[in-house]
Design a protein around this ligand. Structure first.
Ligand code: F6P
Length: 326
């Protein structure tokens, strides 16, 4: 087993509430085990530009409750190239850093996997994304907070939709995954939910709206994932307005508010547990894996599987949505 002495932590890709809690856990667990812990600013970009600094226990004081990431984040094109990763490795080697924890999404794991394969730097991934689009874990850091943010917003939209007898088409984030839409839609009693993983045609939606109108149900909320083939909320609204001009149709795109805010208790606990497990894995010689929590137990997924795999949505959920919204 290779002894680890110096580790670094970075946050990469889109920020997610709870990233700070994960960084805190990595730093404090590392210090507990007498490791030197370094923070890397701006994700992989900071590895390339040598924006690396030693962290102490107090560097992560008062951050568990804060959204965003104190280490900042970025998407770094140079790291996609071998030469970029070589530069990153050299900066790590100059400080004798022999373990790297990357908090991010599947794109970030791809970079970590390449770095570990090409330069033998042990890497551990922590799934930090509001999209929950990574296999090998029941939840990702940030998802729960983002769902709760969306639910709070959609509840408010329902108040005004109800007052005016309106149809609201609400777009949530998720890139090409539909979990944010599914969870926020179910929790707000949406009449329809459109996600990329399930085929709901625009014709079906229009049929449902016309049927609802016939039975005088005028308040309808449709939650649509940004990655749905209808073209998000605006794409769907255009079709609905063409075919149902009598309906008072409004669009609301929730956007980046879903990425901010104080992490929920669930995200803080998930991130703390995962950060602790990341350092534990490095010390145990378990390398190049993503830490997940599956059925309340720590699970390791090789980084290459965490990269490729996508979670699936059980079609039963769509039956439930129909029944409950009828
Ligand atoms: O991956 C997280 C995410 O918020 C997605 O849901 C969304 O599609 C994307 O990032 C937005 O990225 P950006 O902040 O770069 O516009």
């Amino acid at each position: 087993m290779k002894k680890v002495n110096n580790i670094a932590v970075l946050t990469s890709g889109g920020d997610a509430p709870g990233m700070n809690a994960a960084v805190r856990a990595v730093v404090r667990t590392g210090i507990y085990h007498d490791l030197n812990v370094y923070g890397v600013m701006y994700g992989y970009r900071g590895l390339l530009t040598d924006d690396i600094f030693p962290m102490e226990s107090k560097s992560v004081a008062n951050i568990i409750q804060r959204g965003g990431t104190i280490l900042k984040t970025a998407r770094c094109m140079e790291f996609y190239e071998y030469e970029g990763r070589k530069k990153a490795y050299e900066n790590l080697k100059n400080r004798n850093i022999d373990g790297l924890v990357v908090v991010g999404g599947d794109g970030s794991f791809n970079g970590a996997m390449k770095l570990s394969q090409e330069f033998d730097i042990p890497c551990i991934g922590l799934p930090g994304t509001i999209d929950k689009d990574i296999a090998g874990t029941d939840f990702t850091i940030g998802f729960d907070t983002a769902v709760n943010t969306a639910v709070e917003a959609i509840d408010k939209i329902r108040d005004t939709a109800d007052a005016h007898d309106r149809l609201f088409i609400i777009e949530v984030m998720g890139r090409d995954a539909g979990y944010l839409a599914l969870h926020s839609g179910i929790a707000t009693g949406a009449e329809n939910i459109l996600v990329p993983e399930h085929t709901t045609s625009v014709e079906d939606i229009i049929n449902d709206l016309q049927a609802n109108e016939r039975r005088k149900k005028m308040v309808n909320l449709i939650v649509v994932a940004e990655g749905h083939e209808a073209g998000g909320a605006n794409g769907l609204a255009k079709r609905v307005r063409e075919q149902c001009p009598q309906l008072d149709t409004k669009v609301c795109i929730l956007g980046h508010i879903q990425r901010g805010g104080n992490p929920t208790t669930m995200d803080r606990i998930l991130a703390s547990r995962m950060g602790y497990a990341a350092v534990d894995a490095l010390l145990e010689g378990i390398h190049n894996v993503m830490i997940g929590i599956v059925n309340d137990k720590v699970a390791y997924t090789p980084l290459d599987k965490a990269v490729k795999a996508k979670q699936e949505i059980d079609p039963e959920w769509f039956k439930i949505v129909k029944i409950l919204a009828s």
